[in-house]
Design a protein. Structure first.
Lengths: 218, 218
DNA sequence: CGATCGGTTGAGTCATCTCAACAGAGGTGG
DNA sequence: CCACCTCTGTTGAGATGACTCAACCGATCG
């Protein structure tokens, strides 16, 4: 974990968001290498984090090694919010990442009256929303639908310029989707064979049939 | 949907909870028959609900009929909180139920300053916590582990007196656990054969080996 | 140029699903 | 009060979607 300078002028890159603004103005900028841990399962919940560059995943490891990826976070998004006093998930950098970190209590002191509460409230609702979407994906969808939904979510979040980038490995996708890497790979191959998407490389794709994709994603 | 009298003196039966108190003091008491709808998917989110008697489930129905049960709510528990402006899930009575209903704006007017916000905030965090637990269950657990986890959760929530009651059908359990009724039934039979639990009837069981159950539930 | 890493593909296995029969608990009406 | 019906849950047998294990491939790196 390497420390960089604080109080830098960082703009949230993805949306205007009061909480992201606060964090970027008050926090310490940190750099994490790919797969480096940002916080651990069971750690107390006391910081807020803003992704500036790269991507972050939150994961839960079961005692026998099975892994569940709870969520991916991209530049401009806040993570580290959890309902309990301790983290149920750990956070790691999916790829080399820059993250702004700030202690919740510090933000509380600086923020005007209810601004922080409202901002955290909004972010928590967003968290719940995403978790519910994820739940629907895991509960009743087929492997193909899961992969299609995942790609759909990616392009929804990142305005699809020339090709959408997959920040994460097949293993990360598999652990998010509740599948194996082989199944993920086969489904991607299948979607490409059906001319729904096209992969220019294993980490970069373009949608060829948006209609079909959103139909598959339900 | 039958209407009964308002402003009755209802004590939340399961925990002291500011929000439940508020709702029970201000709300209208309603009775719902088994499987009756309390609110629908896509309905605007504008009421808060407190279970007084019976049980309630929230479910999402996919276009082809696949169903996912998101959560079950028991007496003393608040439901109807969702992150978006519209309900992603519908709510129905699992068994004949009594529910207190109140308009959010009405509670807001009566509650002192931030009391309502804090209460809703707390309830939403609880909602997120449960959804995360559910997510872990659906992502990587086997059928047997899912069923064991489910039973474990039940006895954790309801202090296990003489036998724990299953308020819901096998279909409801299956749709919650992402399984079929046959698989749920087989797993229950198996758990009973292994002397982990004992069923006195199809809806009432007792734990015989708590150690084994919590090990299976992970 | 070999080694390593991430990803793909193939072949066989297995957990769960599907379809179908059956069993018990109520409920109803003759 | 008994015969019948319906509804819910259980059990069995066979099908199948996803998993496991293993080989292979291409890119990257020393």
């Amino acid at each position: 974990m390497s420390l960089a300078h604080a109080f830098e002028d960082l703009k949230p890159q993805r949306e205007s968001d009061a909480l992201a603004d606060l964090i970027s103005r008050m926090g310490v900028r940190m750099a994490y290498a790919k797969d480096e841990e940002i916080y651990a399962q069971e750690d107390p919940v006391e910081f807020l984090y803003l992704v500036v560059q790269g991507a972050v995943r939150t994961t839960h490891l079961m005692s026998d090694g099975r892994r569940q990826v709870a969520e991916f976070y991209y530049p401009g998004e806040v993570f580290g919010l959890e309902p309990g006093p301790d983290h149920r998930f750990s956070a790691e950098a999916v790829a080399d990442a820059i993250v702004v970190v700030v202690k919740r209590s510090a933000v509380a002191a600086f923020a005007d009256d209810g601004a922080l509460e409202r901002a955290i409230w909004r972010a928590t609702r967003r968290e719940l929303d995403r978790t519910q979407t994820h739940l629907m994906l895991l509960g009743r969808k087929t492997a193909c639908e899961r992969v299609a939904s995942f790609l759909q979510t990616l392009i929804d979040r990142a305005p699809a310029q020339e090709g959408c980038e997959l920040a994460m490995s097949r293993q990360d996708m598999a652990d998010y989707l509740g599948l194996t890497i082989e199944t993920v790979s086969r489904m991607l191959t299948q979607l490409q064979a059906e001319r729904v998407v096209e992969f220019k490389s294993s980490r970069r794709f373009q949608v060829r049939d948006p209609e079909a994709l959103s139909r598959l994603a339900e």
